[in-house]
Design a protein around this ligand. Structure first.
Ligand SMILES: Nc1ncnc2c1ncn2[C@@H]1O[C@H](COP(=O)(O)OP(=O)(O)OP(=O)(O)O)[C@@H](O)[C@H]1O
Ligand SMILES: [Mg+2]
Length: 263
């Protein structure tokens, strides 16, 4: 059984009048009949151009956006039909790392509070234990415990992304959606964060959906790659097959757009 089984997932957004004018209201099929499995322990890379529906798919899986139709089964349980207590448990098991390490952290909160907030909400853990756990998490992402009392603006982009990762891992999730986690960072910093993600995966037994528009990045991290185009998965397979022997013309065009030196 796969960790996550997605079947015939759809999401349509109504287009506002402002976008199309009064006469022609319409809708956009952001995610269009997507079915795929994600196996425990793997990294599924999700690649595709801007607007192809990658973030929407990631958010649907976490139910940050509600699907129009389809099913999502996590560890054999129907996630879309889950009752409240089960939903609470499942929410802990699935977390997200966002692209913008600054925008996703509350500037008025100290790092200790940012990282420990999920522990306080979900575990009501005593202060001393929370602090110890927060220090452990900061250590795991390569930050000094002295970071705890500081604020997000005191850190570089890469360090802020480490804070976001520590927060995402606070509840020991099983599954993490990383939505363009390094695209706001300089290349050398991005490489450090990518390596950190790989190391944390081994350390904590994580399963990733890694979203990126960059084929080299996805290739570097992923066990398998899914290629998304206009809301659909047009090709999915082992990383080597997708990059060495792509079947779909769109996958080929993505690979051709990538300089060889990066592959
Ligand atoms: N909340 C929303 N309301 C209306 N339309 C939306 C909403 N979110 C996404 N869309 C539309 O759905 C489509 C897919 O968007 P999505 O953000 O999932 O793409 P993406 O592949 O993540 O793009 P990018 O690489 O730029 O992040 C786009 O046409 C987008 O405009
Ligand atoms: Mg996106």
């Amino acid at each position: 059984m796969a960790l996550l089984e997605i079947r015939h997932l759809n999401k349509t957004f109504a287009l506002g009048e402002s976008m199309l004018g009064r006469a022609s209201r319409g809708e956009v099929r952001a995610v269009d009949d997507v079915s795929l499995d994600i196996e425990a322990g793997e990294t599924l890379g999700l690649v595709g151009e801007s607007g192809s529906g990658k973030s929407t798919l990631g958010r649907l899986i976490l139910r940050l956006v509600e699907p129009s139709s389809g099913s999502i089964v996590f560890e054999g349980r129907d996630w879309l039909a889950a009752a409240r207590p089960e939903m609470r448990r499942l929410r802990r098991d699935m977390q997200i790392i966002f692209q913008d390490p600054f925008g996703s952290l509350d500037p008025r909160m100290r790092v200790e509070d940012i990282v420990s907030e999920p522990l306080i909400i979900y575990e009501r853990c005593p202060r001393a234990r929370c602090r110890a756990r927060t220090a452990e998490l900061l250590h795991a992402v390569g930050l000094d415990p002295s970071a705890m009392g500081r604020f997000p603006h005191e850190f570089s982009g890469g360090q802020r992304q480490r804070i976001g990762i520590a927060r995402a891992l606070a509840l020991r999730p099983k599954f993490v959606v990383a939505d363009e986690p390094v695209s706001a960072l300089d290349v050398s910093v991005a490489a450090q964060i990518v390596n950190l993600l790989a190391q944390l995966q081994r350390q904590f037994g994580l399963t990733y959906l890694f979203i990126s528009h960059s084929m080299p990045l996805v290739r570097y991290l992923s066990t398998r790659i899914a290629v998304m185009y206009q809301g659909r998965i047009v090709e999915i397979g082992p990383t080597e097959q997708i990059t060495e022997d792509p079947r779909h013309p769109y996958t080929r065009s993505l690979l051709e757009a990538t300089p060889d030196v990066l592959l």
